[in-house]
Design a protein around this ligand. Structure first.
Ligand SMILES: NC(=O)c1ccc[n+]([C@@H]2O[C@H](COP(=O)([O-])OP(=O)(O)OC[C@H]3O[C@@H](n4cnc5c(N)ncnc54)[C@H](O)[C@@H]3O)[C@@H](O)[C@H]2O)c1
Length: 366
């Protein structure tokens, strides 16, 4: 089986969990139901077929380091849980653009780099990357578009892990560019394994399926890593709120009205440093049931946020390689609906989206 050669932009805590995860599961058998990853083998690709070939960041202390070392550099806090050999992949500088918010400068310590598109494209091409994975901080609109352009120029599939609307671009601009160039595009904004979004979607669907009208709902999230610190500035959250909110309201036929009436509030809520990578999520749903009696649900979920994304990314990069193998062009809705919060087409997780994804992996949907 050929390798799945992956380049990453943004060597933060999510990348640290992903890179280690590949080595943690290196010897997993093909048929095992393994904890933490939804598919030990996907479309013929084992987890150990994932190979990291290029990496980009802006932090002075990460640039120039081997990827196996850079993932443990400040301010990353993902603990070491796997032995990783030296990968021979040096972290290269990317352009800062809007990747580093003012309040994050003292944490990310960006180098003053002025990196051209050509340089990043050359790096991608010479690395032989099949898939370019975007893991920049929330709010990196311009920088994400830069890396998306680089993927188009280099001919690598793009997996957009963050809430900048590329695969789900409502204007169709980005989806069309990928279609024209014959390159697969997956996104946007990874949906954690058993994270706040999937839990909230599932509970909302349960209310609806059992004939209870959802009248109001919120989902508040707190955490203590740079991802949460970055998201304390509301201006950076515009797309994140849309992505997380639509992921839930799209489950209900009247979800949009609920939003318009101001009965939905979903998003990152505060930075609590001592939580580290632990994310705590509070979900509240108030419903109207038989004879207008209320149903009130309060749920608290506590997870290691980065472990929640890494397992899904392991599937996402392999799905992108499967799309390349099948010469798929442009957005891949069959894979994106299951793996991302804001895909081009939303579908219920437990039935439609899962079925689309499984059929896609087996090759029966393309
Ligand atoms: N469960 C989850 O963790 C989850 C789920 C969905 C989406 N995401 C998103 O994934 C992204 C990555 O999360 P994380 O925890 O690794 O973030 P992080 O804060 O740990 O890391 C971000 C990295 O991006 C780098 N960076 C900033 N600007 C850059 C640029 N212009 N070019 C290259 N690198 C740049 C920073 O130096 C840092 O190393 C975030 O946007 C997060 O919201 C995470």
């Amino acid at each position: 089986m050929p390798k799945v050669r992956v380049a990453i932009a943004g060597i933060g805590n999510a990348a640290a969990a992903l890179v280690q995860g590949v080595f943690y599961y290196w010897n997993s058998s093909d048929d095992d139901y393994i904890p933490g990853v939804m598919h030990s083998k996907l479309g013929g690709y084992r987890i150990s077929d994932i190979e990291f070939v290029a990496a980009f960041d802006v932090a002075k202390n990460k640039i120039g380091k081997d990827l196996s070392e850079a993932i443990f550099e400040y301010p990353n806090i993902t603990p070491k849980f796997a032995e990783i050999p030296k990968l021979g992949v040096e972290v290269k500088p990317g352009p800062v653009m809007d990747g580093v918010a003012e309040h994050m400068v003292e944490f990310f310590k960006p180098a003053e780099t002025n990196i051209s598109l050509e340089k990043v494209v050359d790096e991608l091409k010479s690395s032989g990357a099949d898939v370019f994975l975007n893991l920049l901080p929330v709010g990196s609109e311009e920088a994400t578009r830069f890396y998306a352009k680089a993927s188009l120029e280099a001919g690598t599939a793009f997996v957009n892990g963050i809430p900048v609307f590329i695969a789900s671009d409502p204007s169709g601009y980005w989806p069309n560019l990928y279609k024209e160039r014959g390159i697969p595009l997956l996104g946007d904004d990874v949906k954690g394994q058993v994270g706040a979004t999937i839990l909230h979607r599932t509970l909302t669907r349960l209310f609806h399926a059992r004939g209870v009208i959802v009248e109001e709902t919120y989902q508040l999230n707190i955490g203590g890593n740079t991802d949460f610190l970055n998201m304390t500035v509301e201006e950076r959250l515009h797309s994140k709120r849309i992505s997380k909110t639509r992921a839930v309201t799209s489950i209900l036929p009247y979800g949009e009205n609920l939003e318009k009436e101001g009965k939905v509030r979903i998003g990152p809520s505060d930075y609590v440093p001592f939580l580290g990578n632990i994310k705590v999520c509070y979900i509240y749903i108030k419903g109207r049931s038989f004879a207008d009696f209320p149903v009130i649900l309060d749920v608290k979920l506590s997870v290691d946020d980065k472990s929640m994304i890494a397992g899904v990314l392991i599937d996402a990069v392999r799905a992108a390689k499967i799309a390349i193998d099948r010469s798929l062009k442009g957005p891949v809705p069959e894979a994106s609906a299951y793996l991302f919060k804001h895909p081009p087409t939303q579908a219920p997780d437990d039935e439609t989206a899962k079925q689309w994804f499984e059929e896609f992996c087996l090759g029966s949907s393309s």
